[in-house]
Design a protein around this ligand. Sequence first.
Ligand code: NAP
Length: 428
Amino acid sequence: MRKINIAIIGLGNIGSYLYKYLNKNKKILSKKNNCVPNITYVSAKTKNKKRQIKISKKKWLKNYMHATTNKNIDLIVELIGGSEGAAKKLVFSALKNKKHVVTANKALIAKYGDQLAKIAEKNKVNLEFEASVCGGVPIIRSLKEGLIANKISKIYGIFNGTSNYILSSMDKLNKDFKEVLTDAQQLGYAETNPSADLNGNDVSAKLKILTSLCFNSFLNNNIHVEGILNIDKIDIDNANKLGYKIKLLGFAELINKKIYQRVHPTLIKKSSYVASIDGVLNAVIVNGNPVGQSVIQGEGAGPAATTSALISDISSILRGNTKFPFSISNSERKKLSFAKISDRFFSAYFRFEVLDKQGVLSNITNIFSKNKVSIKRLIQNPNKNKGSSSIVIITHNSKNSYLDKILKTINKKKYILKESKLIRIHDN
Ligand SMILES: NC(=O)c1ccc[n+]([C@@H]2O[C@H](COP(=O)([O-])OP(=O)(O)OC[C@H]3O[C@@H](n4cnc5c(N)ncnc54)[C@H](OP(=O)(O)O)[C@@H]3O)[C@@H](O)[C@H]2O)c1
């Protein structure tokens, strides 16, 4: 049987799980792919580090970069991580030296994916990155193969398990943000430095990759990004009372030949499918023609789910299925126009913490009407002991730039006690 020689570079959480799984399942994967996945080399930063896997000395590459020129390697699996440094050097050099590459590195693909895809196409090798978006959810292969017939108009969903775990636990366990984050870190759901998960950058990188695949466009940095750091327990409670859940969602839409990419906390009806996705799960919803709406959900991270995606990519290479990394040749990818969301219309939730005194409420409603934003619901909760009041306003569909302006204007008022909140609502 034909075989493909593989080097796994990076033996951390993901790399060591993949190494074990691939060895254990070598036979069945060989039968399914009619080709043997043969791990010839591995490497990482520190050779003598204690690992949960046993590796024969012969397999260890002293210098991981030698994998890119070693004649006994056909495929390099990059599991180092990060958009710069070792991972970048390795992947650029591997493709230039005509090695297939499989990676789980969303940061690298979101930043250098276009350049890397060009080299892979020129050298007729694969660059596969299923594991970089939503762990075990096979969204990339679905877009490239299962949904190939479709013209996609919108893709959205929950692309980050850590933030989803935090938001759903704040809701279910009645705990505040800090408490839940500590729980998540203890359970291994959040990294010691969880900033990319919480500030929206992780979702942003994944969304950029999905946008390119959906609309045959190049990667584009015109994206509106907000994370969940600003979400208080009181916002979750207010949302509940109004019939909503708060989720960190990513959206990419094609409207009148313009693409809009946005990542932000969103109020979504409790009865909707996305509202039911709790914990570390991810869910991706694709609107396409002729298929209609398709939904895939599953584990968004962790060694097991990520290995499932990596093996799918490796299998594609074992079967000799050389494809364009972004589904279409570089020369056919379109330079579509990406637009800011300022002209888009959203209904929104506002929360203002104010001094409880006469004239405040009328000043706030005046600012709304001056900015052409009409109010659908207004709830005022005074706290007589503190002399303060919490005002929640739900708006009708309004221009995003006006919603932003209202927030800025009211935040400057002397009666404001805490920074005000604006959370967009997704009504369909
Ligand atoms: N963890 C997840 O749930 C998950 C999910 C989806 C995608 N991913 C992606 O998968 C990739 C790997 O993640 P991970 O969680 O496995 O990371 P990790 O546990 O930190 O492992 C990183 C590995 O890279 C090696 N490394 C670091 N710097 C290196 C260098 N300069 N030269 C050679 N090797 C170097 C480390 O070597 P030592 O072992 O010697 O320190 C380690 O083995 C990342 O791109 C990540 O975004 C992770």
